[in-house]
Ligand binder design. Structure first.
Ligand code: PEP
Ligand code: MG
Length: 560
């Protein structure tokens, strides 16, 4: 495999200092502003992160940006030594790195790459210039001096065959991330990035931690054999791990995955997802504010359906842009975007964009098992209008002689309280419901899902939410339509028995949560889930419900 060799250049700052205290004040304000931007960017990445490992690394970085000691040093450098903000951040980060490098504790040393990462992020905000410039254009083995966690998260994973780094250890954050992404990785190769040039052929034996540069034929063959053997072993392990999700007393639960982009499809497949319960499509619109063509979209949807093949259907959610997923150049400037021009509201006023998406979904449905789902439906009239437009596009496809599945299932998300309360009416108009508890919680309790200050109020086990979940499930059952839950609640071990007891037998979750969810389901009785839900619905306080759920988990012997 070809190598891409990368060495990072450090930013070079002019040496001049602040001229007067006014300039110091401006630099200080710029530093604080850059920190706020970095924190909000990290939170956005956390929302998009598809694994617990990614989230915990991002959380740790977000704490580091706010670290009082780090701030104290920078403030002192700016106000007392008249440094400009960029060099002050660099100097303070270097101080911290020197301190950590000499620390005897392993954990402390591991934080070095995170400090470098946040320093680069803050400096990028200050200079308004992206310092993360790594780009992969074909599948390659990345050989680098170092790679920052945020760089790794922003790369196209399909192009990374393996990673070889001069520094780091197997437990460093980058290595953890690479494992979560299923990318072979060798750390601590000291001078690999100087010895390997871009375009060299390399082969790696990740188990022994050896990188071969321009290997002979014999070595390449041996490494290929080792790789095939490791893959077969992994397949065997995941086959054993993937057993049907059936409770001890025989209730079959269907486990699907939530996918954003095509990056984590393999994890979903490996962990036994029985379909895609939620395909978030916003990334097709949000990358640099440009829209994807009908052909490109049809190819993406078709590829996903083909990857899942006979396993199960792929539920494609139409663009849920707006709110916390603003499309640059198309949206913005609203006082209250979460209650504003988002999802179907945006799509119905940009029918050009919506038409292309629906047409692409329909065209892809000719090739695989696909369902369409509309987000943020707030009531019956809105749903009628969206379905009427969908039917109009279907008719256009027929007129153009395009092949599509005439029986493609049409569903709506239930994520606005008004939709849950009117779910008896909505259930007569669609083939399935999928409950998005992330937004349903936010809108029911009137608590911003991304605001740390009010996070203590954000509780999916709030009695009002449990009532809405129950009502939605009852109404879906009455009309005999499909019912799933695809908010984060579905993959949270604490809530799985509760949602099953509330009537949900299809749970769609982050691919990384599937194996654990299956394990829990196989260790519980459906009858106990029913009693648990009944008891929770009779309680009056969140705290009591929480205790009840924890007690249930302790009794089944669940440990994180
Ligand atoms: C939800 O709101 O629960 C949901 C699944 O959608 P998203 O998280 O993409 O808003
Ligand atoms: Mg939502």
């Amino acid at each position: 495999m070809k190598a891409l060799s990368v060495r990072h250049d450090r930013p070079v700052f002019a040496q001049e200092k602040c001229k007067d205290s006014e300039e110091c004040k401006t630099e200080l304000a710029a530093f604080h502003n850059a920190c706020s931007q970095v924190i909000s960017a990290l939170h956005q990445l956390m929302d998009k992160a598809s694994g617990d490992d990614e989230v915990s690394i991002l959380e740790a970085q977000s704490f580091m940006v706010q670290d009082p000691e780090f701030h104290r040093q920078i403030i002192r450098l700016i106000t007392e030594e008249h440094y400009k903000a960029g060099p002050a951040v660099e100097a303070a980060a270097q101080n911290l790195i020197n301190m950590l490098a000499s620390s005897l504790t392993h954990g402390a040393r591991e934080n070095i790459s995170d400090i470098q990462d946040i320093a680069v992020r803050i400096i990028s905000c200050l200079t308004k210039e992206s310092l993360l410039k790594l780009r992969l254009e074909e599948k390659s083995v990345l050989v680098a001096d170092t790679i920052l966690p945020s760089e790794l998260m922003s790369l196209n994973r399909e192009y990374i065959a393996a990673i070889c780094l001069d520094g780091g250890a197997q437990t460093s954050h980058v290595a953890i991330l690479a494992r979560a992404m299923n990318i072979p990785c060798i750390m601590g190769l000291r001078e690999a990035s100087s010895l390997v040039s871009t375009g060299d052929m390399v082969a790696l034996d990740a188990c022994s931690g050896i990188l071969y540069i321009n290997p002979d034929e014999e070595t390449s063959r041996r490494i290929e054999l080792l790789r095939a053997y490791a893959q077969a072993e992994e397949k065997e392990m995941s086959e054993e791990a993937v057993l049907p999700a059936i409770t001890k007393d025989g209730r079959r639960i269907y486990l699907e995955c939530n996918i954003e982009g095509l990056d984590f499809v393999q994890t979903g497949l490996r962990n036994g997802a029985e379909g895609v319960g939620l395909f978030r499509t916003e990334f097709l619109l949000m990358e640099e504010g440009k829209t994807c063509s009908e052909e490109e979209q049809t190819a993406v949807y078709g590829k996903l359906a083909a990857m899942f093949g006979k396993r199960g259907s792929v539920t494609i959610r139409t663009y849920d842009v707006g709110g916390d997923k603003i499309v640059k150049d198309m949206q913005g400037g609203e006082d209250n975007p979460v209650l504003g021009w988002r999802a179907v509201r945006f799509c119905m006023s940009r029918k050009d964009i919506f038409r292309t998406q629906i047409k692409s979904i329909l065209r892809a449905s000719a090739k695989g098992k696909i369902r369409i789902m509309f987000p943020m439906i707030s009531g019956s009239d809105e749903l009628d209008e969206v379905i009427a437009f969908f039917n109009e596009v279907r008719q256009e496809c027929r007129n153009e002689g395009l092949a599509f599945d005439e029986n493609m299932k049409v569903g709506t998300m239930i994520e606005v309280p008004s939709a849950a309360l009117a779910s008896d009416i909505l259930a007569r108009k669609v083939d399935f419901f999928s409950v998005g508890t992330n937004d349903l919680t936010q809108y029911t309790i009137a608590v911003d899902r991304g605001n740390e200050k009010t996070a203590y109020l954000y509780k999916e086990h709030h009695i009002a939410l449990l009532r809405l979940l129950r009502l939605t499930a009852e109404n879906a059952k009455k009309e005999d339509i499909g019912l799933a839950i695809c908010g984060e609640m579905a993959g949270n071990p604490l809530y799985i028995p509760l949602v099953i007891g509330l009537g949900y037998n299809t749970l769609s979750m982050n691919p990384a949560s599937l194996l654990n969810a299956r394990k829990i389901i196989r260790s519980i009785n459906y009858s106990d889930c029913l009693s648990l839900a009944k008891e929770a619905l009779n309680m009056t306080s969140c705290r009591d419900i929480e205790k009840l759920l924890e007690k249930f988990h302790a009794e089944i012997g669940y440990t994180e």
